[in-house]
Design a protein around this ligand. Sequence first.
Ligand code: 5GP
Length: 138
Amino acid sequence: MPSIFTRIILGEIPCHKVYQDSHVLAMLDINPIAPGHTLVIPTEPAETLDKLSDDSAAAIGRLLPRLCRAVCKATGCNAYNVLQNNGSGAHQAVMHVHFHIIPKPDPSRGLGIGWPASKLDNAAGTDLAKSIARALAG
Ligand code: 5GP
């Protein structure tokens, strides 16, 4: 089953399009949490970021800062968040990779963030950093 975003990319479902090329579509979110809330979507139908090809990742990475600048210019908002959810446990509702650009015009609008920070244990941090580095190399 194609995702709703694939159907939008194919033109089967309308959207408020901001940008499109062969690798990327950007459009306004249908349920914005602030004016200018924009979604940036690879045309490749990967479900989560870890499954995305290097080519699509490069295309998105090249475009994101430009789109952030355009959203800021159009909304007059210089504070914003870029959010990217992976997996239903991390609040991903549409299983097709996408980045949210969310202007933060004032404290009451835009993204609210819970940030349950704790202190990194030195020994655990050493093990974890090594383990991630090994996974990266492997
Ligand atoms: P997620 O929770 O998966 O990171 O966010 C999915 C986002 O896609 C939501 O903010 C939701 O409003 C948006 N969305 C879902 N369906 C559509 C649609 O058909 N059109 C547009 N433009 N946005 C959509």
